[in-house]
Design a protein around this ligand. Structure first.
Ligand SMILES: [Zn+2]
Length: 124
């Protein structure tokens, strides 16, 4: 348990992640920029990057993003680009999507296409 970061709020404030109020005296976790519900922090930590989710599905991140758009699946949240302030926001995906999407024929087809592709010739 991350007791170090657990606060008891001294006044009503707003969760940085879900924008719902955190009641005075309730437990909250301090993150960069403010306080969040412990449950919201746990949820945020369980979210997957595009690369992680793509790997679970067995497709490349590029293929995954294309299929997600086609299937109308949206990221749970976008985080500001950690590298470039002006860079594109980074999408984070619900971990449940790994199972939901794995059952999609489009994903299965993409995975098979990828697997049946001959291995890349060695460049050296
Ligand atoms: Zn919250």
């Amino acid at each position: 348990m991350s007791a170090l970061h657990l606060h008891l709020t001294k006044s009503d404030c707003q969760c940085r992640f879900c924008n719902q109020p955190i009641a005075k005296g309730a437990e909250a976790n301090r993150v960069k920029g403010g306080l969040v519900h412990p449950a919201c922090l746990t949820r945020r930590q369980s979210l997957l990057s595009s690369a992680e989710l793509a790997e679970r599905l067995g497709v490349s991140p590029t293929v995954f993003l294309k299929l997600a758009a086609e299937l109308g699946v949206a990221p749970e949240v976008y985080l500001p680009n950690p590298v470039f302030r002006s860079g594109a926001d980074v999408p984070l995906w619900a971990p449940e999507l790994a199972e939901t999407l794995a059952a999609q024929p489009a994903i299965a087809a993409a995975r098979e296409r990828q697997c049946s592709r001959p291995p890349k010739p060695c460049s050296t």
